[in-house]
Design a protein around this ligand. Structure first.
Ligand SMILES: Nc1nc2c(ncn2[C@@H]2O[C@H](COP(=O)(O)O[C@H]3[C@@H](O)[C@H](n4cnc5c(=O)[nH]c(N)nc54)O[C@@H]3COP(=O)(O)O)[C@@H](O)[C@H]2O)c(=O)[nH]1
Length: 823
C-alpha cells in the first residue's frame, strides 16, 4: 500500500542532536513533515497537542524516560501512533521487548548513515502496518457495534433465547432468558445445563443437546421448569444446530406455555361442561341469533342444533309472557348485562314447559356486546309440585274450596281494599243443620258427598269475585267484597238457604238439611279480623237458636252478649283456680221402698259477689270453652270426698251419687284414668258413683261413647241416660248401650196431668225401659199428682222438688237421716 509522505507527520525523538537532525533532515528530504523532540517528556506533550502519524523513537535517552518506557506509556494511554524504534546496537531483548510493547518496526543505528536507508523502509513499513492495524481496529469496532446491536435486539425479544457452544456451554443469552431462569447473564455464560438446573431438567436438556449435536437440524420439546417461588412452568423449547457454516453452536428459544396450557385445559373443561351439563345452554350472537346449543337444550326443547342455528330463540316462546315482560328483560340485560327469571316456553311437540332462565351478555375489550349466553333448566315438575303444595296448603281437599288459610288471607285483603276504597265487606258464617246426624247415621262417605254438593250449591249463589271457603266440618264462609247494598247480602243468604234446603240425592238416599247463616259487615260491625270472625259466629249461632234454616245479621246487642261471655269466661277461669264451685245434692227416692237411695250431684258457683250462682248461667259457656273439664274435675273431687265421709255414716253409706258428665268431658282421653285415680285416692267403691250423660252426647259420637261407657262400667260405675225424650229417643241406642238407669226428662213429667200425650209417652218409656231391664227415674216431680202418676206407671225412682230441691251436703245428710227415721 503506498504511503504518501507529504501529509505524513513524523516526530523524531532522540537526545542526540546529530541523530535527531540527521533523521529529521533525511525524512524531510523524503517529503515527510517532521518535528523533533530531544526527550520523552516533550515528545509526549507534542503528541498530546499535535497530530502525528509516526514517531521515530530512540531507545536510549537521557535524562528521564527512555524510548521503550515512552512507547509503553503511549500504548497504555491507548495511542495507536506508529512507532519505529532506533536502537544503538543489536540488542535482541530490547528489540523483542519493543515489538511486544507495540513498536511497528526497529532500526539499528549502525553503519554510519546507511541506517537512514533502512529507516526510510522501516518508516514506510511501519506506516503501512499502522494503517492496516487502524483498519483492523475500525473493522473490529464495527463488528463489536454490530454484535452489541444484535444483543440489544435479542434482549428486546421477550422470549428467552440462548446460544451454546459445541460442548453445550452457554455462550450467550438474552435478558428474558436470564430473567426466566432467575440467573444473571454473567453467571449463565460459560456454564452447562448441569450447572444451572435441577438434575431432571439438566439431564433432559443435555440429552436434547447431544441429540442435536449428533443429528443437526432442530428439536421441539415440552419441558417443565420450577421457579424459585415454587410455580411450575410448562415450556415449549425449540433448539437448532447446524454445521458447518451455520451458527457457532446451538441456538435455542423457550416459550412459557403454562397459561396457554391452562387456557386449553379450561377450554376443554368448558366444552365438556357444555356437552354434559344437565342445564340447557344457548349461545347467541349480538343480534340474538343462535350460534350454539348443547345436548341438554335438545333434550328439553326437542329441537336439534341444526334446527335452531341462526334462529332467534323467541321461536320457543309460549305466549304466556307479554311484550312488556320481554321489554323489561332486554332492558335489564342491556343495563346490567344479566337477567334471570322464570319463563314458560313451548317444546317442539307443543307442550308448555317452565324454565328457570339465566342470560348473560358477553362483552369484548371495547365493552361491546358480542354474544349472549342463556342457561336454563326445566322446572316444570318443580313448579307443578309447588303449585300442588300451595293448593294443598290453601284449598280444602274435600270440596276444593279455599281453606281457613286462604279464607283469612282473602278476608284481610278484602278489608284492606275496602278501607282504601271506602266500601264494605260482608262476611257470612254458614253451618249445615243436622249434618252430624247424617254423618252418624249414613256414614262418613255420604257426609263427605253432602259437603261436596253443599259446596257446589253455595258457590253457585255467589259471584266470581266472592270467596266461598270451608273452614272444616260443616262450617262454610262467604266473603262478599265491594259490597254496595246490604240488601245484596239478604238476597245471597236467601239464595244459599234455598239451595241448601233442597233435597240432596246421595248414595240412594234423599237427604234434607238446611243451613244457619250469620252475617257481619266490615267496617260497621268490627274493624279487625278477629272481631269480624267472632261476630259472624255469634250471628250464626243466633240463627241456629232461632230455629235454623235462617240467617241473622250481627247486632251490637249480640256484641254486648259476646262481650259478657268473654268476661264470664275469664271469671270462670279464675273461679276454677280459686275452687269457688260447690256441689249440691238432689235426693232420688225409690218408689217401692219409699226411701232415698241415691242423689244427683249438681254444681253451684259460690260467687264472691253474686252469691250462689245456678249452673245454667255458666255450664254452656264452660262447655264451649272447655273450662267444663276443670269444673267437672272439682265436682268429682268434692263428690268423692263426700262419699268418703258418708261411708262412715250407716244411713249415708249406701246412697249412690250421680255426677253429670258433659260432652267435652267425654272427649277427654284421660277421663277413665282420672276417675280410677280419684276412686283409689279416696278409697271409695265404684258402686257409690254413677255418671249421667244425655242422649245428644251419645249421638255426637256413638262409637267412641260406647267404648268409653264400657270402660267406665267395667270399673263398676253405673251409667244413667239423662233427659230421655228430648233428643232422638232412639230405641236403637237403648239397645246398643247398656244403660243402668234412664231418666225421663222433666218436660214430660211437668204436663202428665194435663197432656195425655205426655202421659202416654211417660207410660211407654217406662214399659219399654223395663222390657230392656233398665230402671227409670222420673225427673222434675213437683206435685203429689205427678208422683202418683209415675208411681202408678211403676216408675222405679223419683227426683224432684216434690221431695227436695238440690241441697248442700250437710242438709242432704240431715234429710236422709230424717227420711231414714220415718221409714
Ligand atoms: N256437666 C255438668 N252439668 C251440670 C252439673 N250440675 C248441673 N248441671 C247441669 O246444669 C243444668 C241445670 O242444673 P240445675 O240448675 O242444678 O237444675 C237441676 C235441678 O235443680 C232441676 N230440677 C230437679 N227437679 C226439679 C223440679 O222438680 N222442678 C224444676 N223446675 N227443676 C228441677 O233439674 C236440673 C237437673 O237436671 P238434669 O241434670 O237433667 O237431671 C242441668 O242440665 C244439669 O245437668 C255438673 O256438675 N256438671
Amino acid at each position: 500500500m503506498p504511503v504518501e509522505a507529504q501529509n505524513t507527520k513524523i516526530l523524531v525523538v532522540d537526545d542526540d542532536l546529530i541523530i535527531r537532525k540527521l533523521v529529521s533532515g533525511f525524512l524531510s528530504q523524503k517529503g515527510y513533515d517532521t518535528a523533533t523532540c530531544n526527550n520523552a517528556g516533550d515528545a509526549l506533550t507534542h503528541l498530546e497537542n499535535q497530530a502525528v502519524n509516526l514517531v521515530v523513537l530512540d531507545h536510549l535517552m537521557d535524562p528521564g524516560m527512555n524510548g521503550l518506557e515512552m512507547l509503553k506509556h503511549l500504548r497504555t494511554q491507548g495511542s495507536h501512533v506508529a512507532v519505529v524504534m532506533l536502537t544503538g546496537a543489536e540488542e535482541h531483548e530490547v528489540i523483542v521487548e519493543a515489538m511486544q510493547a507495540g513498536a511497528q518496526d526497529f532500526i539499528l543505528k549502525t553503519g554510519g548513515n546507511e541506517f537512514l536507508l533502512k529507516l526510510e523502509q522501516g518508516v514506510e513499513r511501519a506506516l503501512r502496518v499502522c494503517l492496516l492495524e487502524q483498519k483492523m481496529r475500525e473493522a473490529h469496532e464495527a463488528l463489536q457495534q454490530q454484535a452489541e446491536f444484535l444483543q440489544t435486539v435479542i434482549d428486546a425479544v421477550p422470549t428467552p433465547i440462548y446460544y451454546k457452544d459445541r460442548e453445550g456451554r452457554y455462550i450467550g443469552c438474552n435478558t428474558a432468558m436470564a430473567d426466566f431462569i432467575e440467573t444473571p447473564k454473567s453467571d449463565i455464560i460459560g456454564k452447562k445445563a448441569t450447572e444451572l438446573y435441577e438434575s431432571v431438567l439438566a439431564e433432559r436438556v443435555s440429552r436434547l443437546d447431544d441429540t442435536l449435536y449428533a443429528q443437526g437440524g432442530h428439536s421441539l420439546e415440552e419441558l417443565s421448569f420450577t421457579r424459585s417461588d415454587g410455580t411450575h412452568h410448562l415450556l415449549l423449547h425449540k433448539a437448532r444446530f447446524q454445521e458447518p457454516g451455520g451458527a457457532m453452536g446451538l441456538v435455542g428459544a423457550v416459550v412459557d406455555i403454562t397459561d396457554r396450557k391452562l387456557y386449553e385445559n379450561e377450554l376443554r373443561l368448558a366444552q365438556t361442561v357444555f356437552e354434559t351439563t344437565s342445564e340447557a345452554i344457548v349461545v347467541t350472537d349480538a343480534h340474538n341469533r343462535i350460534q350454539a346449543v348443547n345436548p341438554s337444550f335438545t333434550h328439553v326443547t326437542g329441537y336439534t342444533e341444526d334446527e335452531v342455528i341462526g334462529r332467534d330463540p323467541g321461536f320457543l316462546s309460549s305466549g304466556r309472557q307479554d311484550k312488556a315482560f320481554y321489554h323489561k328483560m332486554w332492558l335489564q340485560l342491556s343495563q346490567n348485562g344479566h337477567w334471570h327469571g322464570e319463563i314458560w316456553n313451548r317444546r317442539k311437540n307443543g307442550d308448555l314447559y317452565a324454565e328457570w332462565l339465566s342470560i348473560s351478555a358477553v362483552h369484548n375489550e371495547n365493552n361491546e356486546t358480542t354474544q349472549y349466553v342463556a342457561v336454563f333448566s326445566d322446572i316444570t315438575k318443580r313448579i307443578k309440585a309447588e303449585e300442588l303444595i300451595r293448593h294443598q296448603a290453601n284449598y280444602d281437599a274435600l270440596t276444593n274450596l279455599p281453606n281457613r288459610n286462604l279464607f283469612l288471607d282473602r278476608l284481610s285483603r278484602s278489608m284492606v281494599r275496602a278501607k282504601r276504597h271506602k266500601t264494605q265487606v260482608a262476611l257470612m258464617f254458614l253451618d249445615l243443620d243436622r249434618f252430624k246426624s247424617v254423618n252418624d247415621t249414613l256414614g262418613h262417605n255420604v257426609g263427605d258427598a253432602l259437603l261436596q254438593e253443599a259446596a257446589v250449591r253455595i258457590s253457585t249463589c255467589v259471584r266470581e269475585t266472592d270467596t266461598v271457603s270451608r273452614l272444616g266440618g260443616d262450617e262454610f264462609t262467604v266473603i262478599i267484597p265491594d259490597l254496595h247494598h246490604v240488601n245484596d247480602i239478604e238476597k245471597i243468604a236467601n239464595k244459599i238457604l234455598y239451595q241448601l234446603s233442597q233435597p240432596f240425592s246421595l248414595a240412594g238416599h234423599e237427604i234434607f238439611v238446611s243451613g244457619s247463616v250469620g252475617v257481619t259487615v266490615f267496617p260497621d260491625d268490627g274493624q279487625d279480623l278477629e272481631v269480624l270472625l267472632r261476630n259472624a259466629d255469634t250471628a250464626m249461632y243466633r240463627a241456629k237458636e232461632a230455629g235454623r234454616n235462617d240467617f241473622r245479621f250481627f247486632t251490637q246487642e249480640m256484641n254486648a252478649e259476646a262481650h259478657e261471655q268473654m268476661v264470664l269466661e275469664r271469671e270462670i277461669r279464675k273461679a276454677i283456680k280459686k275452687e269457688e264451685f260447690v256441689v249440691y245434692y238432689q235426693p232420688v227416692v225409690d218408689v217401692k221402698q219409699g226411701r232415698i237411695v241415691s242423689c244427683e250431684a249438681l254444681v253451684r258457683w259460690q260467687h264472691p259477689f253474686k252469691g250462689l250462682v245456678a249452673p245454667n248461667y255458666f255450664i254452656a259457656i264452660a262447655e264451649e270453652t272447655g273450662l267444663i273439664d276443670g269444673i267437672g274435675h272439682l265436682v268429682l273431687k268434692q263428690v268423692c270426698q263426700q262419699i268418703q265421709k258418708w261411708q262412715n255414716d250407716p244411713v249415708m253409706k249406701d246412697i249412690r251419687v250421680a255426677v253429670n258428665l258433659s260432652p267435652h268431658q267425654l272427649r277427654n282421653n284421660n277421663l277413665v284414668h282420672d276417675i280410677e285415680k280419684m276412686l283409689q285416692y279416696y278409697g271409695i267403691s265404684a258402686g257409690a258413683l254413677a255418671f249421667e250423660i244425655t242422649e245428644t252426647q251419645v249421638m255426637q259420637d256413638p262409637e267412641g261413647t260406647a267404648v268409653l261407657l264400657d270402660d267406665i262400667q267395667a270399673l263398676g260405675i253405673k251409667i244413667y241416660l239423662d233427659d230421655f225424650g228430648t233428643g232422638y229417643s232412639s230405641l236403637n241406642y237403648l239397645k246398643r248401650f247398656s244403660f243402668d238407669v234412664l231418666k225421663i226428662d222433666r218436660s214430660f213429667i211437668m204436663d202428665v196431668e194435663v197432656d195425655s200425650g205426655d202421659a202416654a209417652l211417660v207410660e211407654a218409656i217406662i214399659v219399654m225401659a223395663h222390657k230392656l231391664g233398665i230402671k227409670v227415674v222420673a225427673e222434675g216431680v213437683e206435685t203429689e199428682n205427678q208422683r202418683q202418676f209415675v208411681a202408678q206407671q211403676e216408675c222405679d225412682l223419683i227426683q224432684g222438688f216434690y221431695y227436695s230441691r238440690p241441697i248442700d251436703a250437710e242438709e242432704m245428710s240431715s234429710f236422709c237421716h230424717l227420711n231414714f227415721a220415718k221409714n
